[in-house]
Write a protein that binds this ligand. Structure first.
Ligand code: GDP
Length: 153
């Protein structure tokens, strides 16, 4: 686990999570865990933008369906910061296949189908930084979180 208290991860409530009214629940989980929200917006993304986000999957059989699904409605794009944000964010999501996701995780609580996985989370620090640039070219918000000393020594 990283020891960087400023580590950042890109978390996105997907189109299904927005339609199912899970935005607040997902934000609440990251807030309660102690992460700091440093960027947030509701976006109805273009196919080109989603294709860029998921470019590693270009050419797979599920890619066209993934693009169609992710552009069918808005998503909530966020950046969360804190100790081990990438690895812990992934743990909070569960597995790529919701059926393999433990109860208590976002996918383990709300999802069944690999095509409807509710929420995205960066899988490495490097990819997090790439995704943050793609979704927030305007940059993130700098501010002091007064709770920090109650979360980190
Ligand atoms: P994640 O980081 O756990 O969301 O998973 P990946 O980055 O591996 O894949 C991105 C998204 O593509 C997943 O959330 C799924 O919606 C979809 N996906 C990945 N692998 C598969 C697959 O084998 N079949 C299908 N149908 N969709 C997949």
């Amino acid at each position: 686990m990283s020891c960087n208290v400023n580590e950042r991860t890109y978390i996105m409530v997907k189109a299904d999570g927005v339609q199912r009214g899970l935005i607040g629940n997902i934000i609440g989980r990251f807030e309660k865990r102690g992460f700091k929200l440093i960027a947030l917006k509701l976006v109805h993304a273009t196919p080109a933008h989603i294709e860029k986000h998921y470019e590693v999957w270009s050419g797979t059989p599920f890619f066209p369906g993934l693009i169609k699904f992710m552009t069918s409605g808005p998503v909530v794009a966020m950046v969360w910061q804190g100790l081990g944000a990438v690895e812990t964010g992934r743990a909070m999501l569960g597995e790529t296949n919701p059926l393999a996701s433990a109860p208590g995780t976002i996918r383990g609580d709300f999802a069944l189908d690999i095509d409807r996985t509710i929420c995205h989370g960066s899988d490495s620090v490097e990819n997090a930084e790439k995704e943050i640039k793609l979704w927030f070219p305007e940059g993130v918000v700098q501010y002091d979180a007064t709770f920090a000393s109650w979360i980190f020594e």
